[in-house]
Design a protein around this ligand. Structure first.
Ligand code: GLU
Length: 544
């Protein structure tokens, strides 16, 4: 690894000294004045939305944090004012982005003309390295958006126990306006610019797919990094995740956000308590759902949900919406969209002619595209019983307030769509291990399982089989047969993700109970995340 970017990086991320931070103190126990009316605003900035959610949770958890400093291993006792100051300092540090990079560079288009491209990358918190988050190509990309998304990534990683800080970046472009050749040039140049500024690398910042980016873009990023800044770095492949399999990707990363949303919903739909709260019957059968956005997240979510027995009755996209009370076949729709470039005109459904599809009656509503879809006014019209946030930040605080008052169960982004970053973590580990999961143990496990079966058989025959003359064959059950050959990489990814989501669901439910938050799982997720990050930062020290 070239030491220069690391040095630059270290210089850039010197955390502000405690004296400078005094200016930013937010008062303990109180929402900052500047954010007070966010839950009334129809169109707050995205970053203010995240700030508001953070402070709402901070106010809830502060007292516990102050208390937790009373007895710290190996440290002299702190008096109350010192403990309060410590919590205030860490919170002030936590609420802001560590760094935001804006880049402007020219690209020469296929027709010989030039166009200026603007890109960003925000690193929210570097308390754990690397930092991690998506890379989107979209006209909505700006400083506010990447800051908000990077903060969401910090809290999301903490919520599901992925040991990374948060970041996010993107290019403010409409990818449909560029040829593949131009997009490749732009992506490679962007990667070089990020590397020059110390904003990418397997130990620094690891981008992943987001809106309008996927395996292709990650492959360009990995290749560019590997052949330039990372040429001496044996771990260079881990500079981004969501890569194609033959470039160091992992099985199941593409469908991971959808699978995670399914795992998350599954905890709710199969729980008697939650379904009683939502006023629904337990189980997937005949549950109806509406999806906003039929990109990667929307497609795979609907695949898993319909696979479990639910029915997709409506899909909304930017250029039109479709409905079908009988249920939409998502794979047919995907193939249709691939050929036509749109879901409009799909023969397996009817065009939607109402006011707003997401306000139609259904059991589960899944916003799976941009932010701020459900504001105060829309929330008043939402009739779903459960809203599962497939996208980051689809509900404004005002919308949140209305939905909560209507007893609609909200599964927050920090938890609900964490499948992507969780499997990204597995991919990064795979890259650092330089081998796929299961590769070393596959044969050993299979042989051991067969030996176990024959050893059980021999014992039984010795005991019951008339001096070993009578055969007592042991036949593996159907479910054991599927596992006898050992866990493949896909098996490990699938069970690792399901376990991560189960654990996070348990933690959130416990946090909600502990702090008396009712069904406000967003605040519970922020509280749980803040607690974890606080202890990491506190134990490591605020400055260095
Ligand atoms: N777009 C993903 C998210 O928002 C990217 C996460 C990652 O894999 O780094 O969660």
């Amino acid at each position: 690894m070239n030491p220069l970017p690391i040095l630059r990086f270290q210089l850039m991320y010197r955390r502000p000294s405690i004296f400078i931070m005094k200016r930013f103190y937010s008062e303990l126990g109180k929402m900052p004045d500047s954010l007070k009316d966010i839950p009334e605003q129809s169109n707050p900035t995205f970053y203010n939305m995240v700030q508001y959610n953070f402070h709402k949770a901070r106010v809830v958890v502060e007292e516990k944090l102050i208390e937790s400093l009373k007895h710290q291993k190996g440290l002299p006792p702190m008096d109350l004012s010192a403990r309060k100051a410590k919590v205030r300092n860490v919170m002030s540090y936590l609420e802001m982005c560590d760094a935001v990079l804006e880049l402007n560079f020219p690209v020469k288009k296929d027709d010989g003309s030039y166009e200026m491209i603007r890109g960003y990358r925000a690193m929210h918190k570097c308390h754990k390295m690397p930092v991690k988050g998506g890379m989107r190509y979209c006209l909505s990309v700006n400083r506010d958006e990447v800051r908000a998304l990077s903060a969401i990534m910090t809290y999301k990683c903490a919520t599901v126990g992925v040991p990374f800080g948060g970041s996010t970046g993107g290019l403010c472009i409409n990818p449909a306006k560029f040829t593949v050749n131009e997009l490749e040039k732009i992506t490679r140049r962007y990667t070089i610019e990020l590397a020059r500024k110390g904003f990418i690398g397997p130990e620094i910042d690891v981008p992943a797919p987001d809106v309008s980016t996927g395996e292709r873009e990650m492959s360009w990023i990995a290749d560019t990094y590997h052949k330039t800044f990372g040429y001496r770095d044996i771990n260079a492949q881990g500079c981004c995740t969501g890569k194609p399999l033959n470039q160091g990707g992992i099985h199941g990363r593409i469908s991971a956000p959808g699978r995670g949303i399914f795992n998350c919903l599954d905890q709710i739909v199969t729980s008697e308590d939650f379904m009683k709260l939502a006023g629904l019957s337990v189980g997937w059968k005949d549950k109806t759902f509406i999806i906003q956005g039929f990109g990667n997240v929307g497609l795979h979510t609907s695949r898993y949900l319909t696979g479990a027995g639910a029915k997709c009755i409506g899909i909304m996209e930017v250029d039109g919406s479709i409905i079908s009370p009988q249920g939409i076949n998502c794979l047919d729709l995907h193939n249709y969209k691939l050929t036509k470039g749109s879901i409009v005109g799909f023969p397996g459904a009817q065009p939607y002619r109402g006011k707003n599809l997401i306000c139609e009656p259904c059991d589960i509503l899944i916003p799976a595209a941009g932010e701020k879809l459900i504001n105060k006014e829309v929330a008043q019209e939402v009739k779903a019983k459960i809203v599962a946030e497939g996208a980051n930040g689809p509900i404004t605080p005002a919308g949140d307030k209305v939905l909560l008052s209507k007893n609609i169960l909200i599964l927050p982004d920090l938890f609900c769509n964490a499948g992507g970053v969780t499997v990204s973590y597995f991919e990064w580990l795979k890259n650092l291990n330089h081998t796929s999961f299961g590769r070393l143990t596959f044969k050993y496990e299979r042989d051991s399982n067969y030996l176990l079966l024959s050893s059980v058989q021999e014992s039984l025959e010795r005991h019951f089989g008339q001096d070993g003359t009578k055969r007592i064959p042991i036949v593996p059950s159907e479910s054991f047969k599927t596992r006898i050959a050992g866990a493949s990489e896909r098996d490990i990814v699938v069970s690792g993700l399901a376990w991560t989501m189960e654990r996070a669901a348990r933690e959130l439910t416990n946090t909600a109970k502990e702090f008396n938050l009712g069904t406000d799982f967003r605040t519970a997720a922020y509280v749980a995340a803040i607690e974890k990050i606080f202890h990491t930062i506190n134990e490591a020290g605020l400055t260095f």
